[in-house]
Design a protein around this ligand. Structure first.
Ligand SMILES: [Zn+2]
Length: 440
C-alpha cells in the first residue's frame, strides 16, 4: 500500500474528543476503496517516507469533511421569492421530462455537488429530487467517473395528493397500500432512503399555518415505514409541527427533517423509538432554510403568507433544536440547500446559526456536522473523523474553527476519499451572501 501524500505539521480538530492535537502527521494512502488515512502520529514520532508527496501545513488545521444530511440538487438556492410550485413546477417537470431535459438537469445537479464538495462537504444526503437523476449521479461518483461528495439519495419524495411537493417532486399515495407501492417503486430504482412528507411545507403554503399542517395519516406513514424497513431503507420525514412530528415518530421514521417544539412524549419517542431501524430517531433541523424569514421583506419580497409560515417554522425549529440538544436527542446537520437563499456552498452557515440561535457550543456544532451526521447516515465506520483506516475525507483550514466557525466558509483544501482539491473554488451568489450577512 503506497502512501499518496502526507500532511505534516498540522493541528487536527478531533471532533470526537473535543480537543486540538498539534504537530501531527497525517498520511493518506491509496486503496481499492479510495484514499484512506494511514497511521496518524505526532511529528516527533513520524518517519518521513522517501517516496511520497509532503504537504507542509504549518499553522493550519485539519478536520473531517462536513456532512450535510439534508440537501436537494434541483435548484441553486438563489434569491427567489418562493420555490417553484404549481404551474412553475409543472413547467420544470415538463421541460426536464425528455432525454435532453434530464441531461441538462443532471448537469445542473452535478454543478451543485461540485459546490458542496468545494465548500468542504464530503458527504451528503439528498432528500428529494426529480427523475432519479440523483441515483445516476451517486453511481457516477461511486464509480469514480465524477468527483463529488459521497451521497445517499431518496429519489422522488412521497406525499399525499395535494401534499408537500406533489405532484411533481413528490409522488402521491392516499392509502397505506399506495404508499407501500411507492416504496417498492423507489426501492426498485435503488434509492438509499425513503423521504415522506407528513406535513405541509413553507414553499407550497397557501395560507398561514399551512407549513405544519398534518397531511399524511399515522396509518399511511406506518405502512410506508414498515415497507421501507423491510428493504433496510431508513425513512426521513418532513415534519414542521408537533403533531406532524408525533405522527412521524409513532410511524417509526428514522429522521425528522426540520422539526418543531417538543413535549415529553415527543422527546421520549425520539430517544426510544422501537419502530425505527436503530431503535431511536434523529432530528435534522435546517435553520438555514428558515433564516430568510429573518430578512428584510424589502429584500426577500415574501408575501404575508410566506413570511408568516417562514417565521412559524423557524421558531419551531430553533425551539426543537434547543430541546433536542438539552435532552440528548441525536442531531444531524442539514441545510435544505436548493431552497431560497440556501446555496450549496454555504453549509458552514448552518453551524454558525446553530451556535448563534440554538445556543450550542462550537465543539458540539462540529461534532453534529461530522461524526453524528456520519452515524445518522450509517457511515460512522467510513467517515466523520480524521482517524486511521477511515476514508480520507477532510478539509484544511487557516485557523481554529472552534474560535471562529466562519473559517469553515473558506477551506484551503478539501479531500474526498483522498482526492485532494488544492484550491477549492465556488461561484458565490453575491445577493444571497450580502442578504444573509446583513441579518443582525
Ligand atoms: Zn428539503
Amino acid at each position: 500500500m503506497n502512501t499518496d501524500f502526507v500532511l505534516i505539521n498540522c493541528s487536527i480538530v478531533c471532533v470526537d474528543s473535543g480537543e486540538i492535537r498539534r504537530d501531527m502527521a497525517v498520511p493518506v494512502k491509496h486503496t481499492d476503496n479510495g484514499g484512506v488515512f494511514g497511521d496518524i502520529v505526532r511529528m516527533k514520532d513520524f518517519k518521513l517516507p522517501s517516496d511520497c508527496r509532503i504537504i507542509d501545513l504549518e499553522g493550519k488545521y485539519v478536520m473531517p469533511g462536513l456532512i450535510n444530511t439534508h440537501v436537494h440538487l434541483f435548484s441553486s438556492g438563489g434569491p427567489v421569492k418562493s420555490m417553484p410550485v404549481g404551474s412553475a413546477q409543472k413547467l420544470i417537470f415538463a421541460a426536464a421530462n425528455s432525454s435532453l431535459g434530464k441531461k441538462t438537469l443532471r448537469n445542473l445537479m452535478k454543478s451543485r455537488l461540485e459546490a458542496l464538495l468545494n465548500s468542504g462537504v464530503t458527504t451528503a444526503r439528498c432528500v428529494g429530487d426529480f427523475f432519479y437523476q440523483d441515483i445516476i449521479l451517486r453511481d457516477l461518483i461511486e464509480s469514480g467517473e465524477v468527483l463529488g461528495p459521497r451521497i445517499k439519495v431518496s429519489g422522488h419524495m412521497i406525499s399525499v395528493t395535494g401534499g408537500h411537493g406533489a405532484p411533481y417532486l413528490s409522488m402521491t399515495a392516499d392509502t397505506p397500500e399506495e404508499g407501500i407501492a411507492l416504496v417498492r417503486k423507489n426501492a426498485a430504482q435503488n434509492v438509499d432512503l425513503i423521504k415522506i412528507c407528513v406535513t405541509g411545507g413553507v414553499s407550497d403554503a397557501k395560507a398561514v399555518g399551512d407549513a405544519g399542517k398534518v397531511q399524511m395519516s399515522l396509518r399511511e406513514a406506518s405502512a410506508i415505514c414498515d415497507e421501507a424497513h423491510k428493504f433496510g431503507l431508513p425513512v426521513a420525514a418532513h415534519a414542521q409541527s408537533a403533531e406532524g412530528v408525533r405522527i412521524a415518530l409513532k410511524a417509526g421514521v428514522d429522521t425528522i427533517e426540520h422539526g418543531s417544539p417538543m413535549d415529553d412524549e415527543i422527546i421520549s419517542l425520539f430517544k426510544n423509538n422501537p419502530r425505527a431501524l436503530k431503535g431511536h430517531s434523529y432530528l435534522v433541523p435546517t435553520i438555514e432554510a428558515g433564516i430568510p424569514g429573518m430578512m428584510d421583506r424589502k429584500i426577500t419580497g415574501f408575501s404575508d403568507i410566506l413570511f408568516e409560515n417562514y417565521n412559524a417554522v423557524l421558531s419551531g425549529m430553533l425551539q426543537g433544536y434547543c430541546q433536542a440538544a438539552a435532552s440528548g436527542i441525536k442531531i444531524g446537520m442539514g441545510t435544505d440547500a436548493a431552497m431560497p437563499y440556501v446555496t450549496h456552498y454555504n453549509t458552514w452557515r448552518e453551524l454558525d446559526y446553530a451556535i448563534k440561535y440554538a445556543g450550542i457550543s462550537p465543539w458540539l456544532a462540529l461534532k453534529i456536522a461530522t461524526i453524528d451526521s456520519a452515524e445518522l447516515m450509517g457511515l460512522e465506520d467510513i467517515t466523520g473523523t480524521v482517524e486511521s483506516g477511515k476514508s480520507a475525507d477532510f478539509i484544511v483550514l487557516a485557523s481554529n474553527p472552534v474560535q471562529d466557525i466562519s473559517v469553515l466558509g473558506s477551506p484551503l483544501m478539501v479531500a474526498s476519499r483522498g482526492n485532494l482539491i488544492e484550491r477549492p473554488r465556488v461561484r458565490k451568489d453575491k445577493k444571497v451572501d450580502s442578504s444573509l450577512d446583513s441579518i443582525k
